[in-house]
Design a protein around this ligand. Structure first.
Ligand code: NAD
Length: 265
């Protein structure tokens, strides 16, 4: 039997890992002995504290790279710096994402462009840059954080839903291209997880739908999930560890729902 929780000697680059799901995955990798490259926005002092605390707690190497995931040249530098400083990249998690909630007819062009670039195009640029590294190593794991919104839609999230459906299509294509190289490309489709991206949209949903914030939480956010509770980051870490392990070698090109039954409806 292969150990799913032993990542010693491996290096993971996780985009958008200064909070939420990305930070939880960074902790998971570090607790399993792997080195981590953090990335994301936020207060520089707070990010440095997060980086130093995680390194001290786990004893692994934890680096931070400030690439703006809407900028292709900075994404290329993220991958190149991670490889140069840590010597390998075994796991790439394309996780950075943002949201904007508004009807299509008034959806700002700038919000559409930004969501497509951060939620979809960054996945292309990071994957493109990491493939030669993984090919040279003879092994690699690319995990894309899509969403239940990569499979089904909700009103007022046109750019997000389009980007996440795109991530799943991109995942399948990369998986086919690399199928004989011992490199897998997979997608995780979480339901609602209690992170800053969800907290920020409650107010927008309330305004767009003319509802109270309490009603949005009960009927819109948790209304989609038959479990009537948020998905936890530990529940996502479970499938993540499987996908990056040797047990996940044939779990290629697929998307895995962890959504409390949302898309079973
Ligand atoms: P979050 O807001 O906590 O995390 C988003 C991360 O992306 C942060 O680290 C942020 O700094 C980073 N980021 C945003 N713009 C960036 C940029 N231009 N350059 C670099 N980093 C940038 O939210 P989260 O819930 O942890 O989201 C992580 C991923 O999970 C996203 O792709 C999101 O769409 C997806 N997701 C979240 C949920 C949910 O309910 N929370 C559900 C399904 C999918």
């Amino acid at each position: 039997m292969f150990a799913m929780n032993d990542l010693k000697g491996q290096v993971a680059v996780i985009t958008g890992s200064t909070s939420g799901i990305g930070l939880a995955f960074a902790r998971t990798v570090a607790l399993c002995g792997g080195d981590v490259v953090l990335n994301g926005l936020g207060d520089p002092d707070a990010i440095e504290k997060t980086r130093a605390d995680l390194a001290a707690e786990t004893g692994v190497q934890v680096l931070y790279h400030p690439a703006d995931m809407s900028q292709p040249d900075q994404i290329a530098d993220l991958i190149e710096t991670a490889w140069r400083k840590l010597g390998r990249i075994d796991i790439l998690v394309n996780n950075a994402g943002i949201q904007h909630v508004e009807a299509v007819e008034s959806f700002p062009d700038s919000a559409w462009e930004k969501i497509i670039s951060i939620n979809l195009s960054s996945t292309f640029y990071a994957t493109k840059a990491v493939i030669p590294v993984m090919k040279a190593q003879g092994r690699g794991r690319i995990v894309n954080i899509a969403s239940a919104h990569g499979l089904v839609a909700s009103p007022f999230k046109s750019a997000y839903v389009a980007a996440k459906h795109g991530v799943i299509g991109f995942t399948k294509t990369v998986a086919l291209e690399l199928a004989q190289q011992n490199i897998t490309c997979t997608a995780i489709c979480p339901g609602f997880v209690e992170t800053p991206i969800v907290e920020k949209q409650i107010e927008d949903q309330a305004r767009t739908r003319n509802m109270s914030k309490e009603d949005v939480m009960k009927n819109v956010i948790l209304g989609s999930q038959p479990t009537k509770r948020f998905v936890t980051t530990d529940e996502l870490a479970g499938i993540f560890l499987y996908l990056v392990s040797d047990l996940g070698a044939s779990a290629n090109g697929s998307h895995y729902s962890v959504d409390g039954g949302w898309t079973a409806q």
